[in-house]
Design a protein. Structure first.
Length: 469
């Protein structure tokens, strides 16, 4: 019963137009008038001409009132039908989710990337690609016309990131430490641990450096020509000449055990070891021009007045908060080295020299995603133009690639404007981005620019090079 009364009340509420209310009022008054006329006291008046005139007028007013009620109800019905037929279509866009896409993000330290896709390395990225998914559950097409990035918090990574390189100056070799991080490294202890140099230069095999500031490159070790080591260098030359003959013979006999000798690493350069290793790796494929090339290269190596040496270091340092960190065994490369193949550091009676090893490259053509370069400042908001249409019942997906001017962990929220009005905001997410000191962004990577997408990989615009052997 209660439901019927509620329905009746709703209908009355819809019908309360002035025309309908006036008609209902007149009808009610007419019914009261009829009840009054039926009283016995008024029976003598019913034959009177005046009474007949009044009764005729009231009757006509009653029928007008009935017509008014009918028109009012008809107007209500027509209005409801028209509203139902002309209800405007609306889009109903919702953000399904935003998440870091490890397959399209370039992790810090992955150079080159493994295979055709980047791997996740401790969730620290040079470029973090955010995967954005939407659905439109409405009956009209929606347009995403902009997106925003709101940085709620930033924690700059104050860890030192150390690397080491050497250069030949005159006939001396100088080893430098470079700090690409955003925090200082202090009380650094560095020592030579390669097979040759510590024995030849014992007084210079271990050094202490007070501090290496962020972005700084500091010379930490210098080895100068020393006539006292001429005899030891002569012994190394004789050992190298004998070992080269043994290597060539082992390759002809297909005896791979030669690579297990300690002299294989001590007396041969990186490129010489590469030729030998490639030869034995390709033996199962049989003889080929490439195999003959390896044999000719090793067999033709001359006895030189110099011997190849390597610089390998270990040590320790302290961070700004006093934590001590070990420097793991690191092979130091020349600042002039090609990234794909190191050159050769030679040592003779008159000191050091360097031989550059050149590598040919082939260019892989590219293809495209949205780029955002963040400053390490909390509270900032970036807005970018966007043009994406989502059909009724359709879905949409695209990526936003984040890079940073500093190594930092960002707490961000993404916003997307729909049809020029409302914003849809994602849940906060944490993204750890790395940008080392002195590691410049590519010239064509600017805030608001686009990346290039090729073979499922995010490429920083332009063309990508890969080594060819």
């Amino acid at each position: 019963m209660g439901n019927h009364l509620e329905t009746f009340a709703k209908i009355i509420g819809k019908l309360k137009t002035p025309l309908t209310l006036a008609g209902l009022t007149v009808v009610i008054l007419y019914l009261l008038y009829q009840q009054v006329l039926n009283l016995s006291v008024l029976s003598p008046l019913q034959g009177n001409e005046t009474f007949t005139l009044v009764d005729s007028i009231v009757s006509k007013v009653f029928w007008l009132a009935v017509v008014a009620v009918v028109f009012g109800f008809a107007g209500f019905v027509l209005t409801a039908l028209l509203q139902r037929r002309t209800r405007p279509k609306r889009a109903a866009v919702s953000l399904v989710g935003t998440s870091l896409d490890p397959e399209l993000s370039s992790p810090a330290g992955a150079n080159p990337p493994a295979g055709n896709r980047y791997e996740v390395l401790e969730q620290k990225f040079e470029v973090g690609a955010i995967d954005c998914k939407f659905v439109n559950r409405g009956d009209a097409t929606a347009f995403l016309d902009s997106f925003s990035v709101l940085v709620k918090g930033v924690t700059v990574d104050r860890s030192p990131v150390l690397s080491y390189s050497y250069r030949v100056q005159g006939r001396s070799v100088v080893v430098s430490a470079h700090n690409a991080g955003w925090g200082a490294a202090s009380r650094m202890r560095l020592r030579l641990v390669d097979p040759v140099l510590p024995d030849l230069f014992p007084a210079r095999s271990e050094v202490t450096v007070p501090v290496v500031e962020p972005g700084a490159t500091v010379p930490v070790l210098r080895l100068d020509p020393d006539p006292a080591v001429a005899g030891a260098i002569g012994d190394l030359r004789r050992r190298r000449a004998e070992f080269l003959g043994s290597v060539a013979e082992a390759m002809r006999r297909e005896d791979d055990s030669i690579r297990a000798s300690a002299d294989f690493r001590t007396l041969l350069s990186h490129h010489e070891r590469w030729h030998v290793s490639e030869y034995f790796a390709d033996l199962p494929r049989g003889d080929s021009p490439r195999q003959q090339w390896h044999l000719r290269y090793v067999g033709a190596l001359p006895g030189t007045a110099e011997v190849p040496v390597g610089i390998t270091v270990t040590g320790s340092y302290e961070t700004e908060n006093g934590d001590s960190h070990e420097i793991t065994r690191t092979d130091v490369r020349c600042v002039r080295d090609d990234p794909a193949s190191p050159g050769v550091l030679w040592l003779g009676d008159h000191g050091f020299s360097y031989e550059f090893h050149e590598v040919d490259y082939m260019v892989v053509p590219p293809s495209t995603v949205h780029a955002v370069v963040l400053d390490a400042e909390p509270g900032q908001r970036r807005d970018y133009a966007l043009s994406r249409a989502i059909e009724p019942g359709g879905v949409e997906r695209f990526h936003i690639a984040l890079a940073s001017v500093k190594s930092a962990t960002y707490e961000i929220t993404l916003g997307f404007r729909v049809d020029g009005r409302e914003h849809i905001w994602s849940k906060p997410m944490s993204v750890q981005l790395e940008r080392l000191h002195g590691s410049a962004l590519p010239d064509n990577l600017t805030d608001g620019a686009s990346f290039e997408l090729q073979d499922g990989r995010l490429v920083l615009g332009g063309s990508r090079t890969s080594p060819w052997w």
